[in-house]
Design a protein around this ligand. Structure first.
Ligand code: ZN
Length: 262
């Protein structure tokens, strides 16, 4: 990783300023800058625990116990995290009309907390829990209190059904309506920013490929190289928050430049 040269920042600001429908697609890398561990990385939850497959969760009480044990340990990390410069820049870009949506693989709701209005959560959210039978919902804080009070497998107080975090588990389908909206955005957008995603987890990683195939400019900002760097119009290996903050400053300066707003 290195500091991104000024001319690259200027080009990106120019592309964003011209975009009629920009879309940001975010992965774990934007949230690690808020202190949320990348669950797939060493030290992440999934290196300490085997992830619970959705079918096992449904069929096996022991799997459900493991699931809630793992969640009880990971939820405090989510609750303590705050949106960073990257999340805030994306919310500002949307408010200024340069982005029409954020599609995220993250489950931490940091985009919403930063002020982004249209957020498509392709892997769901860890910040809410629902009943798989009747659909009743709880905040993750409410269920965390029940876990800490000694419940090992919480059940629905309305119907007795199984509770589960509203994240998409391994072996579970992506939410169909959200996925369809994401595909539509990939057809509509003229600029696609892939931020902090290794672009290796399918099917989510096929979104930038589709956007590019449909004629959008593809920009990748990620700590490490990705399999799509070679096909992207721009690929930079740099911290997301710092980079977007610089881009945002140029976009804002252009809007109130010598010729005035407009
Ligand atoms: Zn229920």
């Amino acid at each position: 990783m290195s500091t991104v040269p000024d001319d690259v920042i200027a080009t990106l600001a120019d592309w964003l300023g011209r975009a009629k429908c920009g879309v940001a697609f975010t992965g774990a890398g934007i949230s690690t800058e808020s202190g949320i561990p990348d669950f797939r990385s060493p030290g992440g939850v999934w290196s300490r625990y085997q992830p619970v497959m959705f079918q096992d969760f449904l069929a096996d009480p022991d799997a459900r116990r493991r699931y809630w044990q793992m969640r009880r340990q990971s939820v405090p990390e989510f609750l303590a995290a705050k949106p960073n410069a990257g999340h805030l820049a994306l919310a500002k870009l949307e408010a200024a009309g340069h982005l029409c949506a954020v599609i995220t693989q993250n489950i931490d709701e940091l985009h919403q907390r930063a002020g982004s209005r249209r957020v498509l959560e392709v892997h769901g959210t860890a910040m809410k829990v629902h009943c798989l039978s009747c659909g009743k919902r709880w905040s993750c804080e409410e269920i965390q209190k029940r876990l800490e009070a000694g419940e090992d497998v919480p059940t629905c107080d309305a119907c007795g059904g199984l509770l589960k975090s509203m994240t998409v588990s391994f072996g579970e389908d992506l939410p169909a309506d959200v996925w369809q909206d994401a595909l539509t955005l990939c057809r509509q957008c003229d600029l696609f920013l892939a931020l902090g995603s290794s672009l290796v987890v399918y099917p989510a990683a096929e979104l930038p490929e589709r956007a590019k195939a449909n004629g959008a400019r593809l920009v990748i900002i990620n700590r490490d190289a990705t399999p799509l760097d070679a096909t992207a119009d721009m690929a930079v290996h740099a911290p997301i928050g710092e980079t977007l903050e610089r881009v945002m400053a140029v976009v804002e300066a252009d809007r109130v430049g010598p010729s005035g707003p407009g």
